[in-house]
Every structure is written in structure tokens, then in C-alpha cells.
Design a protein around this ligand. Structure first.
Ligand code: AHR
Length: 635
């Protein structure tokens, strides 16, 4: 029999306990959350015609053919380096096509907004037609602009699609002959999250919003570090006018990928301002992670010499000013000019992603000193390396403890069994040391990041069991997040992932449903739950944790059954009384291999039922392979 002690443990569940970790991996930003439909809108990719097709042009017969597009560099040192010069020779059908991010998702009756910059160069191009086409070249919607000026001017137009299509493309047709320059050719749905112009994909943000996340960690992951230092994420290049945000090859583009994606770049249309804004929309604490002067460990591991670390440290100091500084400060003014004069009230900053060893510690120490000197109130999250347990991991933790580090970020991508076995992981951690951020974790059904990995119920259920251990250790574990968060079905590099999407649809995996069960039932105070005075950490395949929600006055108990048979349980309370009825919300399947999918997004989704409490006791059956969240009012 299970007994919940309703007496106060004095342990609070941190509001940050269950958060999300966003990394631009698997086309999560460009091609995903960021709703831009044109790939390489500004012709800045290393191969600058990437994404653009000229079906009727032949480079070998330049003047004879219908026309040609060249990529030209702007004079001077603008961050927007390139534009396209289109030369239309005759009326023989020169067209330019943009293929989108594995096609473009077009929804029937949805409105789209085209915008571009154009400058007439010579001749007379009178009209430029933009059409959305399906795979058979049927027109789904169209608009046109009439270029008027020989200096750079912005043109905009809206139109509505007549039909849905998952893999549309844009065809650009030129009327007249001559030369015209084009840049920032952009197409967005107008129905974005919060209706923001050039904003975020509504369905994807909604999935995040529904998690009620305690924090939003961004922008990664390995992309923080870059494959080389030169290609690290530099937040200052991601704010201000989107035209001036200098594009970067994504760390997940080609090398050291399980699935190379050579057309993977970062336009930074989703940049640091937008991440802070998204955090605010989600009611989540912003948790930016900055590079610490070490390139991605899986690649070069390039190091910045200690005496050359100043610009990196300055970036961190300036970020705090950008987020929190008043509008008279240099970076506070940048934020205000972008439309957010109020501070973002950032409380946390992460220094280094998944780094370890003496090289990390000596760099971290320099950041810590400078940050704490100027902003003593900022809470610094430090790293501890990738797959904990090795010597380096021990080294990092020991040093960080000695330095009185505040929160240490741990990452683990392990088999499902490891998660079930590690529900006790934090029971023995030193309570006098740093707090824990379980910043990246996910059960791997085959092997770490194997392309064969599945987001199956076995993995999700194992994570659910493990998470009782996170919750039971809420005095130590302050933040947790599954990783990676999102993946495009046609453009991923890493599996498993919590949310899958294509150009039109998205769904939460079984793992998402588990996260949601925890994050929407986080409670405020930890309680003790025992069976025969013992914590339930896998005996008979049962795991349990309990919290109280002091705002609703409810007891919330999570019970996970990892066995293949049902288990009848009786639950009573000590040191308080339970109300007469309750509810139970259950995730369950007899098949551990089952997955949610685009076709069946709800295979693993909560089923609700009511519970009777009789004489202070609740009888509940934990079905085979189930996660159960019981809620009962406390009298
Ligand atoms: O989540 C995928 C990657 O795993 C992250 O970018 C990195 O931090 C970790 O190694």
C-alpha cells in the first residue's frame, strides 16, 4: 500500500523544474519554427544559388538562352553580402524557382505575404509574377509586383492559397527584358504565432506553449560552440534588422553528422531577440547558453587562449545588458529599438555547452569572475561534459563544487534500461554542492543518435520512471529538459526528438506526452510517498513521486508501472486528509514499440477518468506499461 505524507518536507518544486531546450538542429529553426518559406532568401549560402533553380537557363550559352541569374557582392562590408542579378534576354520563358525547405507547406485558404527588395538595372522588366506551384505545377496562388525604381526598394504583396500542398515551390516569372537586382525574397504565412510579421510557426509554438515550460534554453547545443570557433554562435550577429544578420553555416550541416544536410544554414531570422520574446510568450525563464571559447568537442575542439578570452566574456556581459539593461545602455537601446523597451528580466546565463576538463574549468573561472563582479544576481549555469560517468566528468564536478558553482548542466543519452536503473541517480548527490540542471536527456532505443532510434513507448516510459527520481530530488534538481526538441521529418540529423513536424503538420511524441504530464502537473511542494516505508524506485517495476500544488490545494501523485501486468494499488495519506473524489490521467500501451506519428499522433496520449476516495483510501490499478497522474483535493 502506498502512503503519501501530506506533511511539509520543506522542499519546493522550482518553477523552472520542467523546461524546454531549443537547438537549431534537424531544421528546427530555418525550415521549422521560423516560418520563412524561401530557402536562401538573401543568396548568402556558401554556394549562393543553393535553393534556387533556373530550369530554362544554360550557363554555357549565356546570351542565347532566355536569361540567367548571377550572385553579386554588395560594395562595402555590409553583413548582407550578396544579392541576385537577373538578366532576362528574351521572352523564351526564363524563370527562377525556389524549392523551399524540403518544399513549402501551403494550406488552403491561408494568406501569404511576399516581400522582396528590387532595383531595376537596365532594360525594362515590367512585372514579376510569383506563383506557388504544387508537384504537378498547378498554381496554388499567385501575386505580382511591378518594379518601379532603379534604386533598392521594398515590394510587398499578399495572396491566398486555393489548395493545400506539403511540398510546394515558388516560381518567379519575369515580364519584359533587361536586368534587375533582387534581394531578401521572402514568403511567410500571415497567420503566425501571435500574428507577428515574419514570425514563428503557430502549430509548433502551440506545442511548446501547451507544455507550460518553466524555462527556454537556447540556442543549443553544439551550435553554440560551432564546428570551429569562427563558426560559433555569436548572438550579437542575430539581433537588429534581419537583413543585417549575417548568415552562418549550421554546425549540423555536414561533418560529423549521422545524416549530412549540406543545405543547412542559419539565417538568424530567429535570433536572440526572438528567443527572449518567445520565452516571454511561453511564460518561461530565458536561459541563453554562450560559448566559452572552446569549439565543439566532437570536431576541432579549438581553444581560445586564456589571454584572448575578453571578447567572449564581453559578449556575455553585453547579453545581460541586452536582456535587462535600461534603454539608456548601449545594448538595452538595441532591445528597445527592436520593440521591447521593458527588460526581459533574464535571471540565468549558461557558460559553455557540454564542455569539461581543465580547459573548460579555467575558462569558466574567467567568465564567472567577470559576470559576478558586474551582475552578482545572475545565476550561472556551468557544464559538465557529455555522457557523465567518466573521469573528466568527475573532474568537472569536483572543481565546480570547489568553486561554489551554482548549477551544473548534465547530459545523458542512454538506453531505456539506464533510465529505469537511474531513478536513484540524484539520491546520493552532495546537498552542499551545486544544483543540477538535467539539461539534455533522452532514452535511445538503438544507440546514441542512431538513425534507427524511435520515439517509442519503451523510451518514453523509461524516462517517466527516471523522472520520478528528478522530482524526488527537487531540492537538488532545479531544471530539466529533454533533447533534442524538434525535428523536420525530411531534414533531421539526430533521433530521437520530442516533436516531429513536416511542412504542414506536427505532433508530440510519446516522450512529449510524458514531459507534458510532468510539466503540467509540476506542483509546488515535494511530498514523500512510500510503500512499506520504502521509496518506490523500481520494486516490482513501480516508480512513484508525489507533490502538492499549494495554489490549487491538490495532491498530485505520479505512478509508473514498467511491468507487463496490471498492479492494483491502494493509496492513503498521513498527516492530512484527502477529499472524496479525484482524477487519474493515464498514458498506456501494451506495446512498448508503439510510436505516435503524423497518421496517428494520439496513440500515446492521456486518457482521463475519475477516482473515488473512500474512507481516505483510493484504489487504483496501474495498467501494464503505464504512467498515471492522480490528483485529489487535500482537505
Ligand atoms: O542534442 C543534440 C546534441 O547533443 C547537442 O547539440 C549537444 O549538446 C549534445 O551532444
Amino acid at each position: 500500500d502506498l502512503v503519501v505524507d501530506l506533511g511539509d518536507t520543506g522542499i519546493k518544486i522550482q518553477p523552472t523544474m520542467y523546461g524546454v531546450f531549443f537547438e537549431d538542429i534537424n531544421f528546427a529553426a530555418d525550415g521549422g519554427l521560423y516560418a520563412e518559406m524561401i530557402k536562401n532568401r538573401s543568396f548568402e549560402f556558401t554556394l549562393p544559388k543553393t535553393g534556387w533553380i533556373e530550369p530554362n537557363s544554360d550557363r554555357h550559352s549565356y546570351n542565347k538562352e532566355s536569361g540567367i541569374m548571377s550572385v553579386v557582392k554588395y560594395a562595402g562590408d555590409a553583413q548582407n553580402h550578396n544579392y541576385a542579378r537577373v538578366k532576362v534576354n528574351n521572352d523564351q520563358g526564363y524563370v527562377l524557382i525556389n524549392e523551399g525547405f524540403r518544399g513549402m507547406g501551403v494550406a488552403k485558404d491561408a494568406e501569404y505575404k511576399l516581400s522582396l527588395k528590387a532595383a531595376k538595372n537596365s532594360g525594362n522588366i515590367q512585372r514579376i509574377k510569383f506563383q506557388l506551384l504544387d508537384s504537378l505545377d498547378n498554381v496554388l496562388g499567385e501575386t505580382a509586383i511591378v518594379p518601379e525604381s532603379d534604386s533598392w526598394s521594398t515590394y510587398e504583396s499578399k495572396f491566398t492559397a486555393s489548395k493545400s500542398e506539403m511540398k510546394a515551390k515558388v516560381k518567379i516569372t519575369f515580364e519584359g527584358t533587361g536586368v534587375i537586382d533582387l534581394d531578401m525574397i521572402s514568403l511567410f504565412p500571415t497567420d503566425t504565432w501571435m500574428g507577428r510579421e515574419k514570425g514563428l510557426r503557430k502549430d509548433l509554438v502551440q506545442l511548446l506553449y501547451d507544455l507550460n515550460p518553466g524555462f527556454l534554453r537556447f540556442p543549443g547545443g553544439c551550435i553554440v560552440e560551432g564546428r570551429t570557433l569562427a563558426r560559433r554562435y555569436q548572438w550579437k550577429k542575430t539581433v537588429g534588422d534581419i537583413e543585417e544578420r549575417e548568415i552562418l553555416v549550421n554546425r549540423w550541416n555536414t561533418e560529423f553528422n549521422h545524416r549530412p544536410t549540406p543545405d543547412y544554414y542559419q539565417s538568424f531570422g530567429l535570433g536572440f531577440f526572438e528567443y527572449f520574446q518567445l520565452s516571454e510568450d511561453l511564460g518561461a525563464e530565458p536561459l541563453p547558453i554562450l560559448g566559452c571559447g572552446i569549439a565543439c568537442q566532437f570536431n576541432t575542439g579549438e581553444l581560445v587562449p586564456l589571454d584572448e578570452l575578453d571578447p567572449y566574456v564581453q559578449d556575455a556581459l553585453d547579453l545581460i545588458e541586452f536582456a535587462n539593461g535600461d534603454t539608456n545602455t548601449a545594448w538595452g537601446k538595441v532591445r528597445a529599438d527592436m520593440g521591447h523597451p521593458e527588460p526581459f528580466n533574464m535571471k540565468y546565463i549558461g557558460i559553455g555547452n557540454e564542455q569539461w576538463g581543465p580547459e573548460y574549468i579555467e575558462r569558466y573561472a574567467i567568465f564567472e569572475k567577470a559576470l559576478k563582479a558586474k551582475y552578482p544576481e545572475i545565476i550561472i549555469v556551468s557544464g559538465s561534459g557529455p555522457f557523465p560517468d567518466g573521469d573528466y566528468f568527475e573532474y568537472g564536478w569536483e572543481q565546480l563544487k570547489q568553486m561554489n558553482a551554482e548549477i551544473v548542466d548534465e547530459h545523458y543519452y542512454r538506453p531505456p534500461q539506464w533510465f529505469r536503473d537511474n531513478a536513484t541517480r540524484y539520491d546520493s548527490y552532495d546537498r552542499n554542492g551545486p544544483k543540477v540542471f538535467a539539461g539534455e536527456y533522452a532514452a535511445q532505443s538503438v544507440a546514441i543518435a542512431s538513425p534507427e532510434n524511435e520515439n517509442n513507448w519503451d523510451c518514453a516510459l523509461s524516462e517517466a520512471a527516471f523522472m520520478t527520481g528528478l522530482e524526488r530530488n527537487a531540492d537538488l534538481v532545479y531544471l530539466t529538459s529533454y533533447a533534442p526538441l524538434m525535428a523536420h521529418a525530411d531534414a533531421w540529423q539526430w533521433t530521437p526528438d520530442m516533436i516531429w513536424f513536416n511542412n504542414l503538420e506536427s505532433y508530440g511524441t510519446a516522450n512529449y506526452q510524458v514531459q507534458k504530464m510532468y510539466s503540467t502537473n509540476a506542483g509546488t511542494d515535494l511530498l514523500t510517498i512510500t510503500e512499506d516505508e520504502k521509496t518506490l524506485i523500481g520494486q516490482d517495476g513501480l516508480y512513484a513521486s508525489a507533490v502538492k500544488d499549494s495554489t490549487t490545494g491538490e495532491l498530485i501523485v505520479k505512478i509508473i508501472n514498467t511491468e507487463s501486468h496490471p498492479q492494483a494499488l491502494k493509496l492513503t495519506a498521513s498527516n492530512g486528509n484527502l477529499g472524496n473524489t479525484g482524477t487519474v490521467s493515464t498514458l498506456q500501451s501494451n506495446d512498448l514499440q508503439v510510436v505516435n506519428s503524423f497518421e496517428s499522433p494520439d496513440k500515446i496520449s492521456p486518457k482521463e477518468s475519475t477516482l473515488a476516495v473512500s474512507n481516505g483510501m483510493v484504489e487504483v490499478t496501474a495498467e501494464p506499461y503505464s504512467m498515471n497522474v492522480i490528483k485529489i483535493k487535500i482537505l
